[in-house]
Ligand binder design. Structure first.
Ligand code: ZN
Length: 389
């Protein structure tokens, strides 16, 4: 009896591996996500895959070599209106290598990686194409803010593209709900002559977390609002919450910025700190971070007050966590969890245009009250304001 059990265990350990090596990985689909500065090609696979990417010029093209793969007949050859891609070609490169050739309109920089299954998709191979001659990320430095009194608000709709965020029982996707709320907020802000908006994501594509903060910086944002919807195993969990950066998240970020003094200099009122002692630069940056965090919390509190009027609150005070998108050292930043998409009642609400407009309006009013409370103190770096008093 015991021996049978042992065989059974051995067989169940070995068989999946044997099966994987002898059968082919099927490439079921090829999908594209277009962002303003890149195109993401996604291959849907039946299991994990070995791949290699090569780039060629004259004419510009890339080859994706897949080991032991079988291509479905559904995958496309032709493609319309893509800034990078002319067409796809497929062929058997050698006995066990299948090659996908992407004919390009211009030279690209390529990044590829595989993704494990999630609640929406199975195994995937992701190939990102960027313009070869533009930088990976927007330049970090921004010109010293010349304030005309108009406050620029960066609106950050969470997730996008391959990243669906949370989803509800009725398949409501966080990425879609939060983009709708973001667009409503943009409308309100653009109608207000004292404000200006900037969207870190304008459509259904993914923007990395660091890029979101850098885009906001590049747009000279004075405030940053990230919009999300929660999910939890327990479907009874509900309510909205507002987050600011945690103290620990702030200090690890100070260290990161200090590692690059060019960036750090930009944060303390444009005064160069590259020729100062590390300790001094550290103190200045810490001061900046502390001040920003203080503003973030009072900004969050105003948004929370407004959210309370339209939704049940999950937590009654501003919560703090190490969210990467909240790490700008000099832009007061909050993240609004607009409700639990995993709660059927709140899923229905989040999907409705009415609630989306109410949330946008609550955030807008929070922004307005924060600005009128602080006047524009939050727009002036601590080290440059003092001497001119
Ligand atoms: Zn989210």
């Amino acid at each position: 009896m015991k021996r049978y059990i042992l065989y059974f265990i051995l067989a169940s350990l070995l068989l999946p591996h044997l099966a994987a090596s002898s059968s082919k990985v099927s490439v079921k689909n090829l999908r594209l996500w277009n962002a303003p500065d890149n195109t993401r090609v996604v291959l849907d696979l039946s299991s994990g895959i070995d791949h290699r990417i090569s780039t060629f010029s004259n004419p510009d093209r890339i080859a994706i070599d897949l080991k032991d793969a079988r291509l479905s007949s559904d995958i496309p050859h032709e493609i319309k209106d893509n800034p990078f891609i002319k067409r796809f070609r497929y062929g058997q490169y050698s006995k066990n290598i299948t090659r996908i050739v992407i004919d390009l309109k211009k030279p690209v920089r390529v990044k590829s990686f595989t993704l494990k299954p999630n609640n929406v998709y199975g195994h995937r191979l992701v190939v990102d194409l960027f313009d070869k001659y533009t930088a990976t990320a927007p330049k970090v430095a921004r010109s010293a803010p010349k304030h005309t009194g108009i406050v620029t608000v960066a609106i950050d709709a969470g997730h996008g593209g391959e990243d669906f965020g949370a989803s509800g029982k009725k398949k409501t996707r966080e990425k879609k709900v939060v983009l709708s709320i973001a667009k409503e907020l943009k409308k309100l802000i653009d109608k207000d002559p004292a404000l200006r908006s900037y969207m870190t994501r304008k459509g259904d594509y993914y923007v990395s977390l660091r890029n979101r903060t850098m885009l906001a910086r590049k747009a000279n944002a004075d405030l940053f609002v990230s919009i999300h919807a929660d999910a939890f195993r327990r479907s009874s969990a509900r309510g909205a919450s507002v987050y600011a950066l945690s103290k620990r998240g702030a200090s690890s970020e100070t260290a990161r910025w200090l590692a690059n003094k060019e960036n750090a200099a930009d944060l303390v009122g444009g005064a160069s700190i590259s020729d100062r002692e590390d300790a001094v630069a550290g103190v200045l940056l810490d001061m900046q971070m502390d001040k920003t965090l203080e503003f973030s919390i009072s900004f969050g509190a105003e948004v929370l007050k407004e959210m309370k009027k339209i939704a049940k609150l999950h937590s009654k005070t501003v919560q703090q966590a190490g969210f990467v998108v909240l790490k700008s050292p000099d832009i007061p930043s909050v993240l609004v969890e607009t409700g639990f998409i995993s709660n059927p009642y709140e899923e229905r609400k989040l999907k409705s245009g009415k609630y989306q407009r109410q949330v946008a309006n609550a955030i807008y009013k929070g922004i307005k009250r924060f600005i009128s409370n602080e006047k524009t103190a939050f727009m002036t770096p601590p080290s440059s304001g003092k001497s001119k008093n």
